[in-house]
Ligand binder design. Structure first.
Ligand SMILES: Cc1ncc(COP(=O)(O)O)c(C=O)c1O
Length: 383
């Protein structure tokens, strides 16, 4: 069997210490160890999100989508929502809200771009929205949106702001409190580096005050049903609404310990450096990046355009070479690109290997790449 490097957009490579933390055959949800792991994880989640004590953390079953859908707990029949969409996951907000009795408007960006702060500001001046929902890093294109700038422009014009940080939290600067954002959410399998299974979010006091029996939310993802459980567990008291992914929570707590040890700022810098290396390698090979300008580059995902080869063939051909990458999922770019995920426990050596494998494989498949130029550029970036 070939050893493999997983440069995916999630799940990502899991650190062995994190994996081992989940190996427990006899631990129930009432056990003191589980209650402690939840309490610690919720406290650390506030730090990870740049939130303070006024924010309520939630760790719920599912993943990014369950965390997104739980935002319906803040909405009532007839509320107006503005979705700011830079791609497939921005569109997911719209698809979710369309299932509920709320009105949804959408502003969309071209693939590789983000919706400009001016356009969001204009929209919220023209219409009264209860909620503006955005995506920090759009995983389908690797585009990072200027969340801080948008939040500052619209903060006093809308009641609630929700940010999907599924591909950003743990790898990009996240300033929930400073920007007065009401919901910041992520999923366990992304930059936190834990297996899939949990959605994680923090809610402002304003957002918590919206939880009510009048919300349009259903049952399982209704945060009103979860809030007491979260408060009890944080206070180290056993509590139940629906079963939490117990073993995953042990892995989550271990990952948070490792993130605390690394230091959040260091972790963000590591992601930034790794992303720089990937981009230097790709561009020096002669390939284009989907994100159209440097301000849109993300620390976690690089989407790569190919000129001649079929990207599906590239993904197949890198596997026996010990590398797994992610397919392109933006419908407007179908058949034209693939994605490199670089988040979690990723390091500089992973970047060298990724670029080296890509050079060999792309050359062999007939893409006009400059063999050796990519690896050289990565080495120069890291030296
Ligand atoms: C930005 C973003 N939002 C939401 C999701 C959905 O998360 P999940 O697949 O865990 O439900 C993803 C998944 O990749 C994502 O990248």
């Amino acid at each position: 069997m070939t050893r493999k490097i997983l440069m995916h957009v999630g799940p990502v490579t899991i650190d062995y210490e994190v994996l081992a933390a989940g190996l427990r055959g006899d631990t129930g949800f009432t056990s003191q160890e589980f209650i402690y792991a939840m309490s610690y994880s919720m406290k650390f989640l506030r730090k990870l999100m740049g939130a303070d004590q006024s924010y309520q953390p939630f760790i719920i079953p599912g993943g990014g989508t369950s965390a997104m859908e739980s935002v319906t707990s803040l909405l009532r029949r007839g509320d107006k929502v503005l979705v700011v969409s830079n791609g497939v996951f921005g569109d997911r907000w719209k698809q979710i809200f369309n299932r509920y009795s709320v009105a949804v408007d959408v502003i969309k960006a071209e693939p590789g771009e983000y919706v400009k702060p001016d356009d969001v500001e204009k929209a919220v001046k023209e219409e009264k929205y209860t909620l503006v929902a955005m995506t920090h890093v759009e995983t389908s294109t690797g585009v990072r949106a200027p969340i801080a700038e948008i939040a500052k422009r619209i903060r006093d014009k809308v009641e609630l702001i929700a940010v999907d940080g599924v591909s950003s939290v743990g790898a990009e600067s996240v300033k929930t409190k400073e920007l007065s954002i009401d919901v910041y959410l992520t999923a366990s399998q992304k930059a936190i580096g834990v297996p899939p299974g949990a959605g994680l979010l923090v809610l402002s006091e304003r957002a918590v005050s919206r939880l009510s029996d009048e919300s349009v939310a259903g049952y399982y993802l209704n945060l009103k049903n979860w809030i007491d459980v979260m408060r009890n567990l944080e206070d180290e008291k056993g509590s139940y609404f629906a079963t939490l992914p117990v073993h995953l929570i042990f892995m989550l707590a271990k990952a948070f310990e490792l993130i605390e040890k690394e230091g959040l700022e260091n972790r963000i810098k590591r992601h930034e450096r790794v992303a720089q290396g990937i981009r230097a390698g790709i561009e020096s090979m002669g390939l284009d990046i989907v994100a159209k300008r440097p301000e849109a580059y993300s620390n976690t995902v690089t989407a790569v355009m190919v000129k001649k080869v079929n990207p599906a063939e590239v993904l197949k051909a890198v596997i026996p070479e010990g590398l797994e990458l992610a397919p392109g999922v933006h419908p407007a770019l179908a058949g034209k690109y693939f994605r490199i995920g670089h988040m979690g426990w990723v390091n500089q050596n992973d970047v060298i290997t990724t670029i080296a494998v890509l050079e060999r494989v792309l050359k062999r498949l007939g893409e006009p790449v400059n063999l050796g130029e990519g690896v050289r550029a990565v080495q120069l970036t890291f030296t």
